[in-house]
Ligand binder design. Structure first.
Ligand code: SAM
Ligand code: DTB
Ligand code: SF4
Length: 339
């Protein structure tokens, strides 16, 4: 099969074809994915988003990976919905640290009538700071999606998490179809879709293929595709699961890039456990976004010092660099005006 530098996006992937991509010699797969990546993006630039948990824990869903499910016995301290001021403060901080996008996550199955208007206010506040906004609030109906659009929400994150075949091993309180319905409501409302999954939950390669097929065969590819590596949390059913092989993770990123050439692929949760070399391979394979900051939602992220060193050693440009350059320019101007 030949993949050319083409803008013809495909939505008709079949399992055997995707399996064949995974089976390719690694160098061939990486070369092909990187070539596609280069044709559509600056290969030395990555987008950075910062996460904030605006409502933590006591979630009624039973997702087997999640620290926040009320069904599991984790050490997590639950927290009610943050105030608008707390959110604004965190968003300001994220902006000053260089994030382009502020993502707010809530441990809800779906937003309730009391809290939803408060989230709308939070989105407006983030937008007024001149940052992109993203929220992940669980399932949405079409009316809620419309209201999010009206306040200017840029992205809605809702992951398919895994293949339809493996889904029942991980979650029993909602269906794969529920996830698709929400994504459809988000897309219909004209909000950018952010949807991906988690690797390392005990799924097989065919499940990883099947997850990518679900994403790429949507009528429009998700604008953003987060690929998470399971963060193992003690007390969750998936704690102690065999970890995914790093090169298998890299392969999955490469195949995602090949199947969804225009989407931003985010190397998401799990970077704290990844070596610099593994992350570098993921960036080569086509990942071009990360979560930046000390924390994800309830667990630790890779850490900003380590990230700054990594980006600098790889020569990766982020909006961080632009902001630093801008600051330096201002201080040079200040010094110049003093002499
Ligand atoms: N409650 C909402 C939902 O499930 O859609 C939003 C928040 S939920 C924490 C967002 C996503 O984070 C999940 O769909 C999952 O893909 C990811 N996630 C949660 N816990 C994780 C973990 N331990 N490791 C990796 N990814 C995780
Ligand atoms: C996504 O795909 N990953 C993020 C974000 N979307 C909301 C969440 C990762 C959560 C990791 C575990 C935690 O910190 O609770
Ligand atoms: Fe709740 Fe979301 Fe965690 Fe599932 S992933 S338990 S829906 S917070």
């Amino acid at each position: 099969m030949t993949l050319q530098k083409t803008d013809a996006l495909r939505h008709d992937w079949e399992l055997s074809e995707v399996q064949a991509l995974f089976d390719r010699p690694l160098n061939d797969l990486l070369f092909q994915a990187h070539s596609i990546h280069r044709a559509h993006f600056d290969p030395n630039a990555i987008q950075i988003s910062t996460l904030l948990s605006i409502k933590t824990g006591k979630c009624s869903e039973d997702c087997g990976y999640c620290s926040q499910s009320a069904h599991h016995n984790t050490e997590l301290e639950a927290e009610a919905l943050l105030s608008l001021d707390e959110v604004i403060e965190a968003a300001r901080q994220a902006k000053s640290e260089g994030a382009d996008r502020f993502c707010m996550g809530a441990a809800w199955s779906r937003p309730n009538k009391r809290d939803f208007p408060k989230v709308l206010e939070m989105i407006k506040a983030v937008k007024s700071l001149d940052m992109e906004s993203c929220v992940t609030l669980g399932m949405l109906d079409s009316d809620q999606a419309q209201q999010l659009k009206e306040v200017g929400l840029d992205y809605y994150n809702h992951n398919l998490d895994t293949s339809p075949e493996f889904y029942g091993n991980v979650i029993s309180t909602r269906t794969f179809q529920d996830r698709l319905d929400t994504l459809n409501n988000v897309q219909q409302a004209g909000i950018n879709v952010c949807s991906g999954g988690i690797l390392g939950m005990g799924e097989e390669r065919k499940d990883r293929c099947s997850l990518l097929i679900q994403l790429a065969n949507m009528s429009k590819h998700p604008d953003s595709v987060p690929i998470n590596m399971l963060v193992q949390v003690e007390g969750t059913p998936l704690f102690g699961e065999d970890e995914i092989e790093p090169l298998e993770f890299v392969r999955t990123v490469a195949v995602a890039r090949l199947m969804m050439p225009h989407s931003v692929v985010r190397l998401s949760a799990g970077r704290e456990e990844m070596s610099d070399e593994m992350q570098a391979m993921c960036f080569f394979a086509g990942a071009n976004s990360v979560f930046y900051g000390e924390r994800l939602l309830t667990t630790d992220n890779a850490g900003t010092n380590r990230d700054q060193k990594l980006f600098s050693s790889l020569g990766l440009k982020t909006s961080l660099e632009e902001k630093k350059a801008c600051k330096n320019k201002h201080s040079e101007q200040n010094v110049a005006s003093m002499v």
